[in-house]
Design a protein. Structure first.
Length: 306
């Protein structure tokens, strides 16, 4: 176990360095000038050049990247160009809201997706199976802002059940979590159906039925634990995806998470914040996959960590 963890941690460090390099290259090649954004439209060329020099943006690429990497090793994500605050502090202040939304969204998509997948597998080949799979395809294909605005219009504007936006209470959490849950449930439904169909064909399932066990006992106690292994890996990936991919949903619902922070930074060309959010998201993906791999042997003892 110790050797496995050490190897995975080394791989995680290499992945994060690669992500930082690729992101830094892309931001370096942007035609937008952060110094111009800071100085304003009325600033002279000399003022812009002075700001660029103070920020070190006039240095060669490798000098800038080496300086950033040196600060990163010390845990310093830099300082926001426009907000004049440490990037780590800005991300830390927004992180609880994003984590809360992420956990609620994962619960929603698991409840919806697993239920749809199990029902489709049990009724394989029937009309309800096809209807559920078509529904899952629609939910996967639907744009985030369309689903979010539709839920807002129906449940917030027309029915008045939930607030239009904001943060702080359970009612504020329901619609953004449901939006992300609906969009992710389709993937879980399709994966769960495929995995469950394979499990239901196994010999031990026929043995359980021959013993006279009830149908739902067979499904929940024998089939589900074996069919859920691919879902665990998907949850690990989702942790990172939700941390980085909820920009639209947070903007639609006014949710003060790191996704909204990243969107504001992109609009203002605030490079340190963009780099910081990207690295935090990459770290979340790496750690989510690691946690999923560590949990898998407890679900199925036949799986061994190599």
């Amino acid at each position: 176990m110790a050797v496995y963890l050490a190897r995975r941690l080394v791989q995680a460090v290499l992945i994060l360095i690669g992500v930082s390099l690729i992101t830094f290259v892309l931001l370096y090649l942007l035609p937008a000038d952060p110094a111009r954004q800071i100085a304003g439209r009325t600033a002279t060329a000399a003022q812009v050049a002075n700001i660029r020099s103070q920020l070190g943006l006039d240095q060669p690429f490798f000098v800038q990247y080496a300086r950033y990497l040196g600060h990163l090793v010390q845990g310093d994500l830099g300082r926001s160009y426009l907000q004049r605050s440490e990037v780590a502090d800005l991300i830390w202040a927004r992180l609880p809201a994003s984590l809360l939304l992420m956990l609620a969204a994962i619960v929603c998509e698991l409840v919806l997706g697993l239920t749809m997948g199990i029902l489709a597998a049990v009724r394989r080949g029937r009309a309800s199976d096809h209807a559920l799979m078509v529904t899952s395809f629609v939910t996967v294909s639907a744009p985030q802002f369309v689903v979010g605005l539709l839920l807002l219009y129906v449940f917030a504007v027309k029915l008045g059940w939930f607030p239009i936006g904001g943060y702080g209470t359970f009612s504020h959490l329901v619609l953004p979590a449901l939006t992300l849950g609906i969009l992710g449930a389709g993937w879980y439904a399709r994966m769960m159906r495929s995995s469950m169909v394979d499990v239901l064909r196994q010999d031990y399932m026929r043995t359980a039925r021959a013993k006279g066990l009830k149908r739902w006992t067979i499904l929940l106690r024998h089939a589900l634990p074996n069919a859920i292994l691919p879902i665990i890996a998907m949850i690990g990936i989702d942790i990172g995806l939700f941390m980085s991919g909820i920009v639209v949903v947070e903007s639609v619902f006014g949710w003060p998470g790191i996704g909204q922070l990243a969107w504001q930074a992109i609009q203002r060309v605030d490079l340190p914040i963009i780099m910081g959010v990207t690295l935090v998201s990459a770290l979340a993906i790496v750690m989510g996959n690691l946690v999923a791999d560590l949990v898998a042997p407890f679900v199925d003892p036949r799986i061994k960590l190599q």
